[in-house]
Design a protein around this ligand. Sequence first.
Ligand code: 9Z3
Length: 351
Amino acid sequence: MPQSTPLFSAESYFSTQLPPSSLEHDIAGVKEFVRRQKEERRTVVLVTSGGTTVPLELNVVRFLDNFSAGTRGATSAEYFLKAGYAVIFMHRQFSLQPFSRHYSHSTNPFLDFLEIERGTDQLSPVASDSSPESSQICVTPSKRKHLLEILTAYKAVYAAGTLHTLTFVTVNDYLWLLRAVSQELSVLRRKAMYYLAAAVSDFFLPRQKMSEHKIQSGKGSLHIEMDQVPKILKPMVDDWTGKDGFIVSFKLETDPALLVPKAQTSLQRYGHQVVIGNDLNRRKFEVVFISRKEALSSVSEGTSAESTPPYAESWLRIDPRDLSKEIEEDIVAELVKRHEVWIAGAEAPIN
Ligand code: 9Z3
């Protein structure tokens, strides 16, 4: 009978896997950011975004990756900022970011809407002068309105200091950062929201089992046995955030029949506030909110509870043909409403 490896608990994971070298520095930055937001009495949301990698070697040449461009996280972060939240944006290095996402190199390269206006050469008025001093860079007129809107929002956020960015690459970086950031943010108690949109690998290779150098070919097929990534939502709810945080996780499935049951199981198992289920191919225009029924009783109508007790199942849909609308706008509006109810339900007043 094959021997099964014991599962990693969160505790055994953190006692055997090494923290990223930038952790201390990153957390000092988060501490300062949270201190300032607390002083200014803002609500803060941690948004995680993008896929996590699983390296196969210590000197990494190959790795597995999880699907995610970071659209959900980057777009949602913008709507949270617009709603007055301060945002800790923890994302996969090089995945999409709030504001700059509108000008992604592949879908809307910014060089394509810049134009050069050249001055005239004084000595030879016919030839145009291509020196940098006499050239101006302008935005194509048709793109100006949109750019101005984005740039204005971006500059306002930076002037207010309400966006703090952190990066991860591997699932190990992600887990260490998530724990440390959650612990820092927990000082805000119910005024902190955790919006876990990053695509997190379910499996990983513990460093003790990794080959130091590049895995060599020549021995036929490659067999790798991976361990399960510990289920960190439970300690996150109970310990890291002291049961006070408003925690929203995402459940990604490709089989529509599994979406609601898996989201319900997740909520039941971890006891957090909301699971948002999304089908890979429909995620841009349809999501389902799963939450406990009693938690919804004081939220305004507008979402239809139609599932079996004790869970409320509310579908949020937009017209897939309307490209000017982003579903994240409605997701964030709904969560902001629910978070207000959560804050109002605190036993002791929150500063
Ligand atoms: C999601 O489900 C996100 O909505 C997407 C966003 C990754 C689908 P894009 O970045 O995609 O807009 O391209 N994120 C969570 C996925 C996840 O890893 N969930 C885990 C699970 O389903 C645990 S919470 O088991």
